[in-house]
Ligand binder design. Structure first.
Ligand code: CTP
Ligand code: CA
Length: 222
């Protein structure tokens, strides 16, 4: 009977999950990206699916896969990810933004492969839109969850992000710790809401953290 309840705790809910590091193209063969594997986002998408949610997974991960009834939208850049989220946000009950969105993108895309020329090459970068911050302006009653990857002042920085991006929940992790975070199967997160840190996980599998997150979300949405 407990099993049945577990499998239906997000029944009837529409959830968007984003995963992976975006890729910002420089030319047809090169891009700027980051160390995100996408594992955390995929674990969340799986946990949400297993809890009965209708899941749209917007992914810029090149290594992760998912089986089952999930609507996967593959994207590359921050700007593509933003459009894909916007297409689905109005209908959604929950957004979990686990993607590592590039903060900067090349100002100019070169249609031709850039040739090796001279001893230095400058690539001028411009800021990408802050997707969560933009969504906070049009947010209705969606429950919005963000992540904060920090290497220092974890909790202060995380709390600022919660406020700035008007998040309902933020999962903060210390990516300077090699045992957790990027590309690891394990992670350790602090769950933060407007009251501060209300729960800190052990170092444990990303699947376990994903399930804890789904528990919290299902308790906090109607
Ligand atoms: N995020 C976003 N749009 C961006 C950058 C980040 O929506 N252009 C989201 C991430 O998916 C994450 C949250 O914002 O859920 C926090 O991302 P993070 O990189 O930790 O914070 P930034 O606001 O980008 O600040 P900084 O990188 O300087 O710490
Ligand atoms: Ca960032």
């Amino acid at each position: 009977e407990l099993m049945v309840e577990q499998n239906t705790r997000l029944a009837g809910k529409k959830m968007i999950v984003t995963a992976g590091g975006t890729r910002e193209a420089i030319d047809p063969v090169r891009y700027i990206s980051n160390n995100s594997s996408g594992k955390m986002g995929y674990a969340i998408a799986r946990a949400a699916m297993n809890a009965g949610a209708a899941v749209t997974l917007i992914s810029s991960s090149e290594t992760q896969h998912i089986n089952g009834n999930v609507n996967v939208i593959n994207v590359s850049s921050a700007s593509e990810m933003k459009s894909a989220i916007e297409d689905n946000f109005e209908d959604a009950d929950v957004l979990v933004m686990a993607a590592a969105v590039s903060d900067y993108t090349p100002a100019k895309y070169s249609e031709q492969k850039i040739k090796k020329n001279g001893d230095e090459l400058d690539i001028h970068l411009v800021k990408t839109p802050d997707i969560l911050k933009e969504l906070s302006k049009i947010k209705d009653d969606q429950f919005v969850v963000g992540f904060a990857a920090e290497t220092q002042n974890l909790l202060d920085n995380a709390k600022q992000k919660l406020t700035k991006k008007k998040l309902d929940l933020l999962l903060a992790n210390d990516v300077s710790d090699k045992a957790i975070g990027f590309n690891s199967d394990n992670n350790q997160v602090s769950f933060i809401d407007e009251t501060g840190v209300f729960k800190k996980s052990d170092v444990e599998s990303k699947d376990k953290i994903a399930n804890e997150l789904i528990d919290i979300i299902s308790e906090r949405i109607d």
